[in-house]
Ligand binder design. Structure first.
Ligand code: GLC
Ligand code: CA
Length: 559
């Protein structure tokens, strides 16, 4: 392996993400919980993953389902107790899996003690933990808008001041410029690391530093006006470095920062390996914008060339310098087969998409239900949706395009598509709960799409994920190899190769629902390579070419 490629456990692992409320209900009250997680640890291990990332488990009023934290050191009672968490942590460790917590410190809940104190008066010691500002006469302190829609300021009559919230109004932004706030953040990190957790996924961490004086924005976006003043703020480097030097560097842990509007050039400032490295990796969003403009509500026809351009950019610019975090689903994104794949060719396209992203260089994250190819779940009535951002955005969009069209947009774009309960079996409520009714919708397709039916089927998406994760783990070339794209101009397939020492690998993915022809690039003699992964039974190669069937994928290896 080249000298600039450094091995590390966080590079070699695959991570499974749990959104606890919909994962598994262990006590029959209809809400997912830690007891449920404990009962599924063997299942998670059976996927071949090396770590679990938990979306927030902390005490929270659940206005944004845990991303509004009221107490960073206790568990949401619906999910269990700190003892239950420790049992899960031990259970995971015993099985050789690490545990990554979600660190949400751009904002707290409006029910957090700090915020309740800060409201008491501008002489309260916690007042400066948040951004409290006077209005400009009858106007708000500035023209920023929440990324969930609506103004980013909420008025408090008692104080005659407004507080800043970049997300829901129940999520006031913390003032990270206050050194006391940074000390609090470091204490929270230490609390969990001392307990034995192995790292953090840091929620919208690139938003924590706002431009001084919170200046007006000259732009107008219905969601997130003002974002240029905080998406990559002036003290971001400094604060991340402080967290690293004072806490993270003292533990054997990993970090992945969520980073909207991120580019590889900017990312390298934070994740380039060496003494100045602040985070291990970043979740950027560019590859989730191949079917939309910035936000999945603004839908456009799927553009494979755009997707390939983004991937190639990140794969090549980071190589040997920083590390990619790879994902195609999470709790904020609609299901991938319903977007970049095909519900008609659900099994084929789910396997192809898995190969497409997991055979790249980086650490793959797999979101609950992705491994069985769960699909979007359109709801008939806006009142059936539970996600605060869906409801806010719907209410804005409705005024422009009308209710019917707005609901249709929600069907495609809502985060709730990813938040229906995990489909464990074809039993009542998909085997998620023994309660009469789960807290949220069960996708009616659970009778055909569920874990139990895929366990015994060697050709299932589930067993394909297992095979793929194992293949990656056993082949350094998948993890550490360099990357080259082929046939960029084609808008029906994505082909790339990987290289390590004297080995090479070719990955071919069809994004078409028709047959398409593929000619192997020069230097790749298919008859000499080994077909190591495929989602159809192999069919003939003639003159170093073959026909790909709908959403077919093949991986060849030369060693
Ligand atoms: C992140 C989370 C998302 C949450 C938001 C505010 O984007 O992934 O679920 O709503 O931050 O915390
Ligand atoms: Ca429960």
């Amino acid at each position: 392996m080249a000298d600039n490629i450094k091995r590390s456990w966080y590079k070699e692992m695959a991570v499974y993400q749990i959104w606890p409320r919909s994962f598994c209900d262990g006590n029959g009250d209809g809400i997912g919980d830690l007891k449920g997680v404990l009962s599924k640890l063997d299942y998670i291990k059976s996927l071949g993953v090396d770590a679990i990332w938990f979306s927030p488990l902390y005490k929270s009023p659940q206005k944004d389902f845990g991303y509004d934290i009221a107490d960073y050191r206790s568990i949401q009672p619906e999910y269990g107790t700190l003892e239950d968490f420790k049992a899960v942590l031990d259970g995971a460790h015993e099985r050789g899996m690490r545990v990554i917590m979600d660190l949400v410190v751009n904002h707290t809940s409006d029910q957090h003690e700090w915020f309740l104190e800060s409201k008491k008066g501008d002489d309260n010691p916690y007042h400066d933990y948040y951004f409290w500002r006077k209005g400009r006469g009858k106007l708000k302190p500035n023209n920023w808008m929440s990324t969930f829609g609506g103004d980013a300021w909420e008025y408090d009559e008692n104080l005659d001041e407004y507080y800043l919230h970049l997300f829901a109004k129940e999520q006031p932004d913390l003032n990270m410029d206050n050194p006391k706030v940074r000390e609090e953040v470091k204490d929270i990190m230490r609390f969990w690391l001392d307990m034995g957790v192995d790292g953090f996924r840091e929620d919208v961490i690139t938003f924590i530093s706002k431009d001084e004086g919170l200046p007006m924005s000259p732009y107008f976006f219905p969601l997130g006006t003002g974002i240029e003043h905080y998406m990559h703020g002036p003290h971001l480097d400094e604060y991340l470095m402080e967290f690293k030097n004072d806490v993270l560097s003292k533990y054997d842990c990993m970090t992945v920062g969520e980073a909207p509007m991120m580019t590889p050039e900017k990312a390298l400032k934070h994740i380039a390996e060496g003494d100045n490295q602040e985070l291990n990796m970043m979740f950027h969003f560019q590859h989730m914008e191949a079917d939309c403009l910035f936000n999945v509500w603004v839908r456009r026809p799927f553009d494979l060339k755009k997707l390939k351009r983004v991937y190639t950019n990140w794969q090549t610019k980071l190589y040997g310098k920083g590390w990619n975090a790879l994902y195609i689903e999470n709790h904020d994104q609609p299901r991938i087969v319903s977007r970049y794949g095909s519900e008609r060719f659900r099994v084929e396209s789910a396997k192809m998409l898995a190969v497409m992203y997991m055979c790249q260089s980086g650490t793959p994250f797999i979101y609950q239900g992705q491994e069985i190819a769960m699909t979007n779940c359109p709801l008939d009535d806006i009142n059936d949706y539970v996600d605060v951002s869906t409801i806010n955005v719907y209410n804005i969009v409705k005024k422009i395009v009308g209710e019917k069209k707005a609901l249709k947009m929600a069907h495609y774009a809502s985060r709730d598509n990813a938040r229906t309960v995990v489909q464990w079996s074809d039993r009542k409520n998909a085997g998620f709960t023994t309660a009469e009714k789960p807290w949220f919708t069960v996708n009616p397709n659970y009778t055909t799409i569920n874990v139990a039916s895929q366990e015994d089927d060697p050709d299932s998406v589930l067993n394909f994920y297992r095979k793929l994760i194992k293949f990656r783990k056993e082949n350094d070339i998948v993890i550490y190899g360099s990357y080259k794209e082929h046939d960029h101009a084609r808008n029906d397939l994505y082909a790339y190769s990987r290289y390590l020492d004297d080995k090479k690998m070719l990955v071919v993915c069809s994004f078409s629902d028709k047959n398409v022809r593929f000619d192997a690039p020069e230097g790749f003699e298919l008859s000499e390579g080994k077909l190591v992964l495929a989602n159809y039974s192999p069919c003939g190669v003639v003159n170093n070419s073959f026909t790909l069937r709908p959403y077919e994928t093949r991986v060849y290896l030369w060693e």
